[in-house]
Design a protein around this ligand. Structure first.
Ligand SMILES: [Zn+2]
Length: 357
């Protein structure tokens, strides 16, 4: 209709722009109770309730839920959802290849690496010359367990803000792993229990240990087994992994490094290990109080989210004129954008408490 109106009026090209420009970014994507919704494409991104068509950025449980009629995601995210929820987690699934453009009604979508966990992707949504990129969760650091984040030029960039305060500056992960190995060498008779989220963080910690030259078996809690096996099947070498169960164990875990989900260290399972040193790999370990409260003796500041410097650098690299900030510390990042002369607003999406910080 727009086209014929324009043609009928024989407007010169320069006068087309105000007409085409009448589409606002919020017409292309806006929050609904179910999640971010795209009306012209009729789909949701990372919906928190069951919907007809879901596009999913990554496999963490707050972003990837079961029960949608159809799911479009990377093959690895689909595989991870299948491992976590069972093969019938959605009515139908479609795998998106990174960089490939897929048409959904009149909207072009494409998936690009987010550097967060294996399979994680940003989703670019393009319609009538406007491009919005929903980054999901992301980080910029090198991580041998997933593809590196690629900045995508866009009009509107939707960023997370889990660590959106200047106090959050993550140290190099190699330094943190070196502290763990130093402690293990210093206390050879004790075991080290490393709390790490089951998807992404655990495998990254194990891979970092291997890259630092640690070649003894790593002992893992049962909750990590299938995901770690999947990572290995995708070519991410984690070395020898043994179940951290007393029954049938080859040794008594003296000097062992044991990796498990943080929740496991609060229950009886953890009490079987000899004189354990409790460690926790998370960006939150920057806050000493938080480590203390959790009874963490050796906090390891290793995060799968962008820190303050990564957030602000990424916003600039996208060239976006407008930033939408979601889940986390929105206010500080919105304020930073305003001081930089970039329009910004919080999206106030609910339901995202990342399991992989
Ligand atoms: Zn996540």
């Amino acid at each position: 209709m727009l086209e014929s109106a324009v043609r009928g009026n024989r407007l010169p090209a320069t006068e087309l722009y105000p007409i085409l420009g009448t589409m606002r970014a919020s017409d292309l994507l806006h929050p609904r109770p179910e999640g971010l919704y795209c009306p012209p494409g009729d789909f949701f991104i990372d919906p928190v309730r069951p919907v007809d068509r879901a596009l999913i950025t990554h496999g963490h449980s707050d972003h990837a839920r079961s029960g949608h009629r159809s799911v479009l995601a990377t093959q690895q995210t689909l595989d991870i959802m299948g491992l976590r929820y069972g093969e019938d987690f959605a009515g139908t699934t479609q795998a998106a290849r990174l960089g490939e453009t897929i048409a959904l009604n009149s909207v072009s979508v494409s998936f690009h690496p987010a550097g967060h966990v294996l399979g994680s992707a940003q989703i670019s949504v393009e319609h009538q010359g406007m491009r919005i990129v929903a980054s999901g969760d992301y980080k910029r650091r090198k991580d041998a367990t997933c593809a590196t984040f690629e900045p995508i030029r866009c009009d509107v960039f939707i960023t997370e803000a889990t660590f959106g305060l200047p106090v959050f500056r993550h140290p190099p992960d190699t330094e943190e792993i070196a502290r763990l190995l130093k402690s293990a060498a210093q206390f050879p008779e004790r075991s080290h229990l490393v709390g790490a989220y089951a998807l992404g963080k655990a495998q990254r910690v194990m891979r970092l240990l291997r890259d630092a030259g640690y070649d003894r078996p790593l002992y893992i809690h049962g909750a990590l087994a299938r995901l770690s096996e999947y990572y290995q099947s995708q070519g991410i070498d984690l070395g020898t992994l043994e179940p951290a169960t007393v029954e049938g164990a080859k040794d008594d875990f003296t000097g062992a490094i044991v990796v498990g989900p943080p929740s496991a260290f609060a229950d009886r399972w953890a009490r079987r290990f000899p004189d354990p040193i409790s460690c926790f790999a998370s960006g939150w370990m920057r806050i000493r109080q938080r480590a203390k409260q959790g009874g963490v003796e050796l906090p390891l500041i290793i995060s799968d989210h962008a820190d303050w410097d990564e957030l602000t650098a990424t916003i600039k690299e996208t060239g976006a004129e407008e930033i939408w900030v979601t889940h986390g510390r929105e206010e500080a990042l919105v304020r930073w954008c305003e001081l930089e002369g970039i329009a910004a607003r919080p999206l106030h999406l609910v339901g995202y408490e990342d399991e992989g910080d």
